[in-house]
Design a protein around this ligand. Sequence first.
Ligand code: ZN
Length: 456
Amino acid sequence: MTLGRLAYAHVVHPLYHFAKRDGVNRAVRELRRNQWLAANAIDAIQQEKLRRILVHAHGHVPYYRDAIDALGVDPRELAQAETFACLPVLTKATIRRNHDRLQTTALAGNRLQLNSTSGSTGEPLKFYTDDAISTYLKASVIRNKEWTGWRRSSREVSLWGAPVDASKAEALRGRVHGAITGSLFLSAYDMTEEAMDSYLSSIARHQPILLVSYPSILEVFATHCRTRATRVESLRAIITSAETLLPHQRDLIEKTFETPVFNRYGCREVGDIAHECASHAGLHVNSDCVLVEIVDGSGRPCSRGETGDVLVTSLHNYGMPLIRYAIGDRAAWSLRTRCECGRGLPLLAGIEGRSMDVVSTRSGKHIGGTYWTILLRSRPGFTQFQVVQDTPDGIRVRFVRDDRFDAGVLEYYTQRIREKCGAEFHVEFQEEKALEPSAAGKRRLVVSNVDRTLPA
Ligand SMILES: [Zn+2]
């Protein structure tokens, strides 16, 4: 280790976190302790946090005051499973309709920050987070990353694309933060052969132990590394997130980088929900920060191993409580009741979220799934869409129109796509009455039927 690296790990990094004094350190200590408690002790912590947020919601959040009064139960009793399940499911549409009534009227120095989903699975959703949840969001990211062997002084690289993250990382503040925290940000939206070669050089200089990215992007990047017969020597772990991790992707990524993949499941609204530990026997739910329910079509809790709809309740967002929020993914509880790692946090067997392939052009550009979904939501006109690539020369966009549709939007998208993929790139729009989910129930938003030849 060079002198600079030593000074960084033992002086700069600890000073930075000490100076921030934002309560994150305290929350990290709490979460580190909680994870080793027995399952029933963790349940008790969750119940107490849930009780507190429900009492707050009833007292200070107009939408929940009405919803809880309508049930006619004492909010202090509401945390019990049977009564809690009587609360209405919160959908994205309900959040949009009740945006103001879902905010607390009692901030008491707790600041609210406006946040938004990237819009990659639908129209962007605006919501508020407060100081309390920001602290726990950061702390649970830290706890989860520690499961991979990462430490707070470790170097990492993100191959990421959400524009909100990209612009934050590129701003001066983001670059300074990146330099201090040892994180390097590379755009997942410009995956040309040249860009990937330059990423490999940047990564070799940066020497990260952790790489964070989307499964579909890592599939492209791993394939590229194989053609260059190169690997990243310093890597010790890879975190995949934001899309369903398919078995062939995990296999390719682990073989190429000779390092384990840790799957992460989370969302912007409530943060990291679940994460794999080094036993790779499922994903541990951060159940001291978020309450997860899995319910069947009639709203009843699913038994272990049975796939159902995921409802999440954030246990720390007092500014805008999201209670029984239907996030739009499907998952199943693991049949295992304990994990070899010894953590008491419950396990999910797997998640069926959105699945997004990468679109590749003949000129060697690879454009990740989130690029398409964000673009095709940037104008009104489509209620549903699916990007299908059958040949390297173009794509087909299947769509269902909404009442704000006009033909100009097709022209607009064609232009944007040709700027990205080349003037020759063929873009065809195909109107549909409805788009059905695939047999497995997955929402396949970007589907590629083009065979990218994978070197052995
Ligand atoms: Zn474990």
